[in-house]
Design a protein around this ligand. Structure first.
Ligand code: 13P
Length: 350
């Protein structure tokens, strides 16, 4: 696997009109999602739900890749084919979440550091054998009046770069995800400042550790008002603040920025991405795309509700969101696309 091969995979993941489905919910998170529709989180139900999404007819028109959880990478579809092979047969690239979750950061109450570096080289070698072409590692930064601390920013950026370097050594494209949480009363200006801070440190660490920017993707939060902030920024203000922040801190060599949805409603996640892609192209040297979990899955989860007879309805709901976000890739998403579709918001995070 050469640097060119990594770049080709990264570019395929941000191909025009397409984005990534994040279906890598850990076992506790998928349980929370299933609890919301009254479905027991068994291995078979998890497989049935994810098979419904992966096999949705025509989904490959808007979905370039899927991030899987360890269990799913090893699972078989009902017809005995591996789920990875099902995805590959549709030209969808399989990826794998490799972090071991965000844990309390010692000596820093209220802050977290992402773990999972121990043994990562060996796990990556196994994931390559199982068919994964790219990976994800999520770091989490919370905003309060006094947080984040400099320590939290530094340790998380360091961990992201160590993970990314190991991925590239193994021939896997790293998706580098520093997520600034939008829970809280903070203003959009504060989100912008903190997002800039973590991005700056992350790219410093990626550079120091020799990570090839051409062979990675960035998965950041959008710059939003805190969800409890009394003054919510407009869609245009969010697009402007987000792109301005990336212009300042993300090198043009990075092929793509694939946003997480982070608890926004599915409709707003599409509107924000579309508004960004309507800004002057000279300000966007990278592809601006999506790697949504909740914003792609929420209506599908509800439509399915664990019933085999609802698989078609679940796939239709998923395809609708995929088409809306596919349109947002060129700034062509419009609220009129939502006529007749129910908007759903899931609150749990992973
Ligand atoms: P959301 O789009 O639901 O934030 O999930 C994306 C993701 O992969 C979080 O790590």
């Amino acid at each position: 696997m050469t640097a060119n091969d990594l770049n080709a995979i990264a570019r395929a993941l941000v191909a025009p009109g397409k984005g990534i489905l994040a279906a890598d919910e850990s076992s506790p998170t998928i349980k929370k999602r299933f609890d919301s529709i009254g479905v027991e989180s068994t291995e078979e139900n998890r497989r049935d739900y994810r098979e419904m999404l992966f096999s949705a007819p025509g989904s490959e028109a808007h979905i370039s890749g899927v991030i899987l959880y360890d269990e799913t990478l090893r699972q078989k579809a009902k017809d005995g084919r591996r789920l990875v092979d099902l995805l590959e047969s549709k030209g969808i690239v399989p990826g794998i979440k490799v972090d071991a979750g965000a844990k309390e950061l010692a000596g820093h109450p209220g802050e977290k550091v992402t773990e999972g570096l121990d043994g990562l080289r060996e796990r990556l070698a196994e994931y390559v054998d199982l068919g994964a072409k790219f990976a994800k590692w999520r770091a989490v930064i919370a905003i309060t009046d006094s947080l984040p601390s400099r320590t939290c920013i530094e340790v998380n950026a360091h961990g992201l770069a160590r993970y990314a370097a190991l991925c590239q050594e193994a021939g896997i494209v790293p998706i580098v995800e520093p997520e600034v949480l939008m829970d809280g009363r903070h203003t959009i200006a504060r989100s912008e400042a903190v997002t800039g801070e973590i991005l700056n440190e992350t790219f410093e660490q990626l550079h120091r550790q020799g990570v090839s920017l051409e062979g990675m993707l960035l998965k950041p939060n959008m710059v939003l008002s805190g969800y409890e902030c009394p003054e919510q920024a407009s869609v245009e203000e969010v697009a402007e603040a987000t792109v301005r922040t990336f212009e300042r801190f993300v090198p043009a060599a990075v092929p793509g920025i694939v946003f997480l949805s982070g608890g926004q409603s599915d409709v707003l996640a599409s509107a924000h991405l579309s508004a960004m892609n309507r800004l002057d192209a000279a300000r966007r040297p990278w592809q601006l795309s999506f790697s949504y979990g909740r914003a792609l899955q929420a209506p599908a989860l509800k439509a399915w509700s664990g019933k085999p007879e609802n698989v078609g309805a679940g796939q239709a709901a998923y395809m609708h969101r995929a088409a809306c976000n596919g349109a947002a890739r060129t700034g062509a998403y419009d609220a009129s696309m939502e006529q007749g579709a129910a908007s759903v918001k899931l609150v749990s995070q992973d």
